[in-house]
Design a protein around this ligand. Structure first.
Ligand code: MG
Length: 170
């Protein structure tokens, strides 16, 4: 059995990850509507990854004999005004998710729940990568977004991203 607070936070994280998937699907739809299919592809894959994260939290709870309760997922609440704003919101969102992971880690640490800490280690690393990726997208857009030819090439680059399952298995 997990500590009550730790279990509660892990359960909430299931919802947060599904919300991230929903948010990034909204980003993806925005870009497809704008004709930036590569960006759309990149965020559609990002949405798949977030769903994978949710499933990992579910699996971890179940492996520890905890009941999973699925809550309603909020509608994506970010106004997508232009292609660059979307990327900036993506970075902000990842920074927020990092803070959530750290909060759960902190709760696990305070009750000496080493197993949950080890489980979360993968997510701590993953969040570092997610923030770097999101930051790189913002920087690339700042450099190339205003030039149509460069934007076309950047869009092609992002269109080449393919889905791969998470490296963490439980
Ligand atoms: Mg995630």
């Amino acid at each position: 059995m997990l500590d009550k607070k730790v279990a509660e936070l892990l359960n909430q994280q299931v919802n947060k990850e599904f919300y991230s998937a929903y948010l990034y699907l909204d980003f993806s739809n925005y870009y497809f509507d704008e004709g930036l299919d590569g960006f759309g592809n990149w965020y559609r894959i990002q949405a798949q990854e977030e769903r994978d994260h949710a499933m990992l939290f579910i699996q971890y709870l179940q492996n520890n004999g905890e009941k999973v309760s699925l809550e309603a997922i909020d509608r994506p609440g970010i106004e997508l005004t232009n292609a660059k704003v979307v990327l900036e919101e993506g970075l902000k969102h990842e920074q927020y998710v990092t803070s959530l992971i750290h909060t759960i880690y902190d709760a696990a640490y305070s009750v000496k729940d080493f197993r949950t800490m080890q489980f979360l280690d993968w997510f701590v690393k993953e969040q570092g990568e997610e923030e770097t990726n999101a930051d790189n997208l913002v920087k690339k857009f700042e450099l190339f977004g205003d030039d149509p030819k460069s934007l076309y090439m950047l869009d092609n680059e992002l269109g080449a991203r393919v889905y791969s399952a998470p490296s963490l298995t439980l």
